[in-house]
Design a binder for this molecule. Structure first.
Ligand SMILES: Cc1ncc(COP(=O)(O)O)c(C=O)c1O
Length: 400
């Protein structure tokens, strides 16, 4: 099959490296693995002349609903999904929204913009939210649990501590239908809402995209599109004689385009194949890092194939110099990243904490330790064993 990963991530880049006089092909951090099926799907959308939310976005929702057995709403991104949800819940001043300190800043940022008080709590040794004993439920409370890197976090345990709060799962690092024991991502069996991301580097890629799944009947469909009674396409349909221009709800612009939905639909249908390829890459890493000073995050879940393998994160020993390691990786044309530095250490959030606009609950000791030692290595479905070999050699040569 024709593979865009090869064209854009491989040969094309190799040429430019040679032009600069280097011998190495860059190893990208995360790449979408796109082929003829995705290309055909996008062409179909373009030829239909309807590029915004229409048949493909609807079909993506139907497919997700079938997989998770809960309502699904496609959105332009996970961030937009969360913004839609906060509007639907009426979150604003007087509300508290709790997050693990190790998360993507864009999510607490939405709660902050809504005027709610953001609360940050510590993580456990696996990078998952751990509510401290000082945490108290308030009447207007949302709790967001982040499933870091591709492992399912302790939703049930958090639910048992949060009887009245709205519990939201940030599933940006999982995919709809991901299974781990009796957990199914998106089914909302022990939560109220799940949010997915179809950002190009995620397990299910699109140009940008996201989704909310839920068992609730909040009018998310209307809220994600300006509060209109009907969807984007029906507004212009000749056959719809009953269309009345009306705004029936508060709203924002968070709908998913058909261009993106068409790619996500194909990717979702290929998810077993794509996950198997990511798993193979993860197992090559595991073999090479076994008995080394580097700890693989979620190593046991990865070995048991209970990991969605979005990110391959290692925890470096205390005496390792992460910046120096990243420089060496870069010299070898290997991309790396950090997911995530603790939110409370980032400049904007530090300022808000000092101003008393954000609450830090308890000491964020584990989050600080994690922030210092976490390093994300390349992981995508087109990564080769030879590339993993090189990455591990450079890493282990520089760990100390
Ligand atoms: C944990 C987490 N949540 C949410 C998001 C936001 O996703 P999106 O880019 O689709 O808005 C990201 C993005 O990387 C993420 O890593």
């Amino acid at each position: 099959m024709h593979s865009y990963t090869k064209v854009f991530g491989g040969r094309a880049r190799q040429k430019s490296t040679r032009r600069r006089g280097g011998n190495l092909t860059p190893i990208e951090f995360g790449l979408p693995t796109l082929g003829k099926a995705e290309e055909d799907a996008v062409l179909q959308v373009m030829r239909s002349c309807w590029l915004s939310s229409g048949e493909f976005a609807e079909n993506l929702e139907i497919e997700i609903q079938r997989i998770v057995n809960a309502r699904a709403y496609a959105t332009g991104s996970a961030t937009m999904a969360f913004q839609t949800l906060l509007l639907a819940l009426g979150v604003g001043p007087g509300w508290k929204v709790s997050f693990p300190a190790i998360t993507f800043s864009g999510m607490p940022m939405q709660a902050f913009i809504a005027g709610a008080t953001v609360q940050l709590v510590d993580i456990d040794e696996n990078g998952f939210m751990s509510l401290p004993s000082c945490w108290q439920e308030t009447p207007n409370q949302v709790v967001v649990i982040t499933h870091l890197a591709g492992a399912a976090g302790p939703v049930r345990a958090i639910r048992s501590q949060t009887k009245a709060a709205t519990l939201v799962e940030d599933c940006a690092h999982l995919y709809p239908g991901f299974k781990s024991n009796d957990y199914i991502a998106g089914a909302c069996s022990h939560s109220d809402f799940s949010i997915f991301s179809f950002y190009p580097t995620k397990c299910v890629a699109a140009a940008e995209g996201g989704a909310i799944t839920t068992r609730s009947d909040l009018p998310l469909e209307q809220i994600r599109l300006h509060g209109f009674r009907h969807g984007a396409r029906r507004r212009y349909e000749v056959s719809d004689q009953h269309w009345v221009y009306d705004i029936v709800n508060i709203g924002t612009k968070a709908n998913l385009t058909d261009v993106s939905a068409s790619i996500a639909l194909v990717q979702l249908k290929r998810i077993d194949e794509l996950t198997a390829r990511r798993r193979a890459a993860a197992s090559w890493y595991m073999e090479r890092l076994r008995n080394s000073p580097v700890r693989v995050l979620h190593g046991n879940l990865r070995a048991a194939k209970k990991h969605a393998e979005h990110l391959f994160i290692v925890l470096l020993p205390d005496d390792a110099d992460r910046n120096a390691i990243r420089v060496e990786l870069k010299k070898n044309k290997i991309a790396s990243s950090v997911h995530f530095p603790s939110v409370h250490l980032l400049s904007f959030w530090r300022e808000q904490i000092e101003l008393g606009r954000v609450e830090v609950l308890g000491a964020l000791k584990n989050a600080e330790l994690y922030s210092r030692s976490a390093l994300s290595l390349p992981l995508h479905a087109a990564l080769t064993e030879k590339q993993v070999d090189l990455i591990c050699k450079v890493l282990l040569n520089n760990v100390g």
